[in-house]
Design a protein around this ligand. Sequence first.
Ligand code: ZN
Length: 292
Amino acid sequence: MSKNLADILVGRPFLDDLPESAKRSHYIISNSNVPVQNLEEIATYIWNHIHKAKIVSIFTGFYCKSGYETDGPVGALILAEFFLQTKIPVQICCEKELLKTMKSIASELSLSEFIKFTPFENFSANKNSMIFTIERPGENSKGICHTMDGYKISHSILPIESEIKKNPPNAWIAIGDGGNELGTGYYRNSIEKVIPNGKHCICGCKGGITAYNKADRCILSTTSNFGTISLSLELAKQNNINWNVPENKVTQIIRSLNKYGIKDGVTGEEGTVDGISIELRKKMYDLLNRLF
Ligand SMILES: [Zn+2]
């Protein structure tokens, strides 16, 4: 991967300013004992598999202390818009309350009316499907999903993981930032080493927060939103698609999510994602956009 892109993806140009919560992908990637997966290769892999997919399914939603967080839904909506721009049908799937919010936001912001919002009971994976899981809770080796601070998630979680196991899709891409997200198990050894609670959680299951299962491809980034948007830009570049994601679009979606009570998963505040200030977010997206 171009060194610049790899560095920007995990926030290396901003390490002095990033909060600890947004440096996790940098720690994991820097200590990885398996070859780091490459965004350019992942984009090529997606395009090589996409013709077999009748529809792209995007799962998102991580329930934190008192509600869903802003990391995940922003990237999911933007990736959905990207696929529709290329005339590929797309559906967003998540827990009912978040699904309702995402649908309302898409309509308020006049995002494409062709994004489908599919309740899980109407979803089924099959060998023709392409699945993205963006900032979704992932089971550890004991089958338990955890928050970053090491507790078991008590809020109900859709059984996406068992559905994927039962009916493996044609391609499954996972996007995360801290190593407790579904599909990020490829980096398991490094996550257990460098992420607090990675090996030893607080809930007592003795499995740590590290997600066990591996997606076909895995992207780790400062935030899952940032990783997802970077992927959309790389897909566009490789396939000569006219596409850009200005930072103010990201800000607009965050504001809309806040109105529905969806907040920063780390600080619980409005306006931000994973504790990254609005000023720093602008700098990060500006740098990303200059690269593409
Ligand atoms: Zn546990």
